[in-house]
Design a protein around this ligand. Structure first.
Ligand SMILES: Nc1ncnc2c1ncn2[C@@H]1O[C@H](COP(=O)(O)OP(=O)(O)O)[C@@H](O)[C@H]1O
Ligand SMILES: [Mg+2]
Length: 229
């Protein structure tokens, strides 16, 4: 229908009618029950909802960590379900950034080294300079510090910088402020919003923290595996 030159590349995340069942026998749960969600490039969408609602499962499916029973997930036009395991792993490294509750840094590495390793893992060469990205999250002055020498908020900021190293199209963030006080929480989510907008990445952030929602472009609620706006 369209030529390569005129094709509009679908940017961001599109989840369509995803179903996910976990467990077996009488312990079966359905963390995703016909979930559809689109997130545009440059948009920060918050997902709120009670514990057990399926929020982390949604991120797992969006990040090709879990394959849904039914439905489609595309990231920048690539159908994740159509990728084999190793292709999915490579696609994840090159296109998807993850940020978890505690920053999930490697204890023995300095802040700068956390970023360099992520660059190498995606096949990058030796010329990568981590300092501009550390500066973008206000952490260039701590480039030589290991995680145990950083505060919770600082670790979280390094974690965000690391997730952005490979210029992901999709950023998946699970409860980034759970271990932070109110002021640090504001700073971290403000930073996420800024990087989302400046880098044009589609970001999905799961949070319990209603005080940070004003930084988000859109809020969706998840209850019993279903999304409501
Ligand atoms: N591997 C698993 N096996 C069985 N049940 C699971 C598994 N992972 C999550 N669940 C269940 O799926 C539901 C949704 O979990 P989750 O997506 O982690 O929710 P949330 O992040 O909103 O708290 C919960 O009932 C949880 O206990
Ligand atoms: Mg969760």
């Amino acid at each position: 229908m369209s030529t390569a030159a005129s094709t509009t590349v679908a940017t961001g995340l599109a989840i369509s009618h995803a179903h996910l069942t976990l467990g077996d026998g009488e312990n079966t749960v359905k963390p995703l029950d016909d979930v559809s969600l689109s997130v545009s490039a440059g948009e920060l969408v918050a997902v709120v909802g009670p514990s057990g609602a399926g929020k982390s499962s949604l991120l797992a499916v969006a990040g090709a960590l879990t394959t849904p029973d039914a439905g489609t997930v595309t990231v920048n036009g690539t159908d994740l379900n159509a990728l084999g395991r190793s292709a999915a792993a490579r696609f994840r490294l090159e296109n998807i950034g993850f940020v978890f509750q505690s920053g999930n840094l490697i204890p023995s590495l300095k802040a700068a080294e956390q970023l360099v390793l992520m660059h190498r893992m995606a096949g990058g060469d030796g010329g990568f300079d981590p300092l501009p990205l550390l500066a973008a999250v206000g952490m260039d002055h701590k480039a030589g510090s290991r995680p145990d020498q950083l505060s919770g908020g600082e670790r979280q900021r390094v974690g965000i910088a690391r997730a952005l190293v490979n210029r992901p199209k999709l950023l998946l963030v699970d409860e980034p402020t759970a271990a932070l006080d109110r002021r640090r929480s504001q700073e971290v989510v403000e930073l996420l919003a800024r990087e989302t907008h400046e880098m044009g990445v589609a970001t999905v952030m799961v949070t319990h923290d209603h005080d940070v929602l004003h930084h988000c472009d859109r809020v969706v609620e998840m209850v019993d595996g279903r999304l409501t706006s």
